[in-house]
Design a protein around this ligand. Sequence first.
Ligand code: GCO
Ligand code: MN
Ligand code: MN
Length: 393
Amino acid sequence: MPTRDPFAPSPDDRFTFGLWTVGNPGADPFGGPTRPRYTPAQIVDLLGEVGGVYGVNFHDNDLIPIDATDAESKQIKKDFRAALRRNQIKVPMATTNLFSDPVFKDGAFTSNDAEVRAYAVQKTMKAMLLGKEFGAKTYVFWGGREGTESDATKDPVVAVQRFREAINYLCAFSRSEKLNYKFAFEAKPNEPRGHMYMATTGNYLAFIETLDHPEMCGVNPEFAHETMAGLNFVHHVAQALDAGKLFHIDLNDQEIGRYDQDFRFGSVNYKAAFFLCKLLTDYNYRGMKHFDSHAYRQADRGEVKAFAAGSMRSWKILEDKVARFNRDRTIQKLVRQINRSEKAAAAKLAKRFTKTNAKQLMALPIDKDKLAARKLPYETLDQLTMELLLGVR
Ligand code: GCO
Ligand code: MN
Ligand code: MN
């Protein structure tokens, strides 16, 4: 009897892809497409062939070209809906393309032109309705063109104010139309703009608290985005989790200091990928895991499928590594050893401020040299982690 593949994905894993990710035709700034452009329905069929996929997400114009006629749009939706049904694939997230058309050359919600800003809000309202037609629950905002090359061109405080005005408007629209969206903001430091305003997930966590409806807003951090800037992605996700704001996540990979590579998840920084998987597992994240990446330019249709299957498989393998880490006795003993007792008198006094606690803590003799001399076997712990990851443990 063939044994079940322990790393096979299932819809329960909540893995999603985008029409623009698996449908990416392989063009780059130096050359045209290397693969045919598939229709939305063909992309859904491809994901169905891969198997185990929960959902497919889209920008308004991934589904309906910006200049489509009503008749064309009707036909595309009909074909797409049929493909979703026959492959049992859902649409959990939708978003707006506010970056490709020349009208957005200086931004959408932050453009210096008030009519461009109005057009961006109008386009987003229409795209929110389109997403709802297919059952999307999360609405992602990625401000691809919200930034500058030269700060002579825009007042950066005004830009934040304009952004807030647009988001408050759209929150109110979602509420008044009973669309029930959760908004998820996606930061990125640069590309396509020289500098983007909301460069990190932390920028958005602070911004959200200034909105009219912070409760409906969270973040969609992307592995490659913080990594491009040389930052530790896992720490950004952790802060979002702590704030109860991790509404969605974009998984892919990226080498530090390079162009925006959008590599297959797990293909470069697999140690960081492991710690991300551990974080989401330990904190029981149940949201969507969206692969925002694309296959190498050399890939044909079969290789695009291999890319999609590989993305999910790597996550499942890392989940298995996390389980091993969490039940490895030697590793867990070290973890306990390095997290020293909370029961010590000083620790208890420093836990919660009261005037009495503070007074007692002030007076308490603490031997700092003794504390400094305590063992921290971090070399051993990290080496064991590496051996586990490398498959010899
Ligand atoms: C990028 C971004 C986008 C967004 C997408 C959804 O670097 O191009 O990651 O792929 O995720 O536009 O909002
Ligand atoms: Mn990206
Ligand atoms: Mn993304």
